[in-house]
Write a protein that binds this ligand. Structure first.
Ligand code: NCD
Length: 299
C-alpha cells in the first residue's frame, strides 16, 4: 500500500497487520521514522486528526511541517491549484496528510504526488484513518468486530467517517449494520450498493430508540452542519437523535457508545460518566493506529 485514500482498498489481513502493529507501538521505544518529515496540509478544521497524526510522527522519531489553515494561509488563497501545491510540498516532506473540503481531493493529490498521500477527510467523501481507528476501538473494547450489531447514527449522507466505516465493517463476517438517520440524510447509494454486494445485513431506519436498545455498538455522529446549503434544513434535523443517560439504561448490558468527535448535541454531556462511553478512549487510540500506518508507509 502506497497511499491511503479510501477504505475499499483495505483487506482484513491488512487491518489485522495494522492493529497488531498499533498495539505493539504503544510500548515500543524505537524511532523508526527518524529523519523523515510529515507535512500536514489541512484545508478544513481539525483537532484530533491533525494533532494525532503529528503526535504519531513525533513519537516515531519523525518531524512535522504543518499548515493548519491551508485555505487561508497557503498559496491556495492566491489561487494555486491543489495539484501545484502538492507538486511543491512533495519536495519538502516524505509523506503528506491532506484534509480538503472537496470530495475526491485526495485522489486528485495522488495524481500530482511523488510521496505517499493520506486522506484525512475529503469533504463528505471518506475519512479512512478514522474508520481504521474506529474498527480498532471496537475490536479492543468489545473483543471482536465480527458478529456484532452496529448502529451508525446521525447524518449518514454527509458523514465521511460513517461512509468509511461502513466499508470497513463489510469486511468482517456476520456484522449487522443499523443505519439510523433522518430520511433526508440516508447513507449514499454507493455505500449501500457495496453492502448489498457483500451481503452485509443492514436496516435503514429512523427508529433511534430501537437501534440504541438493540445494538452492541452505538456509533453516534453529529449532523454535519457545514455540509448544508440551507441552514433551516440543518435546524430541522440537528437534534433529532440525542443520546441521554436514560438511553444508557436501556442498552444491552455490554453495549458501548462511540463517536468520532467533535460532539455537538447528539450525546448529552452526562453520558460521559457512563462506563459505556468510549469516545475519548477512541480518540486516544487514533495515535497508535496512525503510528502503525505511518510506519507501514514509511519505515
Ligand atoms: C470527523 C470528521 O472530520 O469527519 N472528525 C474527526 O476527524 N474525528 C467527524 C466530524 O467532524 O463529525
Amino acid at each position: 500500500m502506497r497511499h491511503v485514500i479510501d477504505t475499499e482498498e483495505f483487506t482484513l489481513d491488512q487491518l489485522q497487520e495494522i492493529f497488531i502493529s498499533a498495539e505493539a507501538l504503544q510500548t515500543e521505544n524505537s524511532q523508526p521514522l527518524k529523519g523523515k518529515i510529515l507535512a500536514s496540509l489541512f484545508f478544513e478544521p481539525s483537532t484530533r486528526t491533525r494533532f494525532s497524526f503529528e503526535s504519531a510522527m513525533h513519537r516515531l522519531g519523525g518531524q512535522v511541517i504543518s499548515s493548519e489553515n491551508a485555505r487561508e494561509f497557503s498559496s491556495a488563497a492566491k489561487g494555486e491549484t491543489l495539484e501545484d501545491t502538492i507538486k511543491v510540498v512533495n519536495h519538502y516532506a516524505d509523506i503528506i496528510v491532506l484534509r480538503h473540503p472537496e470530495v475526491g481531493a485526495a485522489k486528485c493529490a495522488v495524481s500530482a504526488a511523488s510521496v505517499p498521500i493520506i486522506n484525512a477527510g475529503d469533504g463528505g467523501g471518506q475519512h479512512p484513518t478514522q474508520a481504521l481507528l474506529d474498527a480498532f476501538t471496537i475490536g479492543k473494547e468489545m473483543g471482536m468486530v465480527s458478529g456484532l450489531r452496529i448502529a451508525l447514527i446521525g447524518d449518514l449522507k454527509h458523514s465521511r467517517t460513517i461512509r468509511s466505516l461502513a466499508y470497513i465493517l463489510a469486511l468482517y463476517p456476520n456484522v449487522e449494520v443499523l443505519l439510523v438517520s433522518p430520511q433526508e440524510l440516508t447513507l449514499g447509494e454507493d455505500v449501500l450498493r457495496y453492502l448489498c454486494a457483500r451481503n452485509v445485513v443492514h436496516t435503514i431506519t429512523e427508529d433511534f430508540e430501537y437501534a440504541v436498545a438493540s445494538a452492541d455498538v452505538v456509533y453516534q455522529n453529529r449532523i454535519q452542519k457545514e455540509r448544508f446549503s440551507d441552514p433551516s434544513a440543518y435546524e430541522r434535523v440537528k437534534d433529532r437523535f440525542v443520546l441521554t443517560l436514560a438511553h444508557t439504561e436501556r442498552m444491552l448490558p455490554h453495549a458501548i457508545i462511540m463517536n468520532p468527535l467533535p460532539r455537538t448535541c447528539e450525546i448529552a454531556p452526562e453520558v460521559d460518566a457512563s462506563p459505556r462511553a468510549r469516545y475519548f478512549v477512541q480518540a486516544k487510540y487514533g495515535v497508535w493506529v496512525r503510528m502503525a500506518l505511518l510506519k507501514m508507509l514509511l519505515a
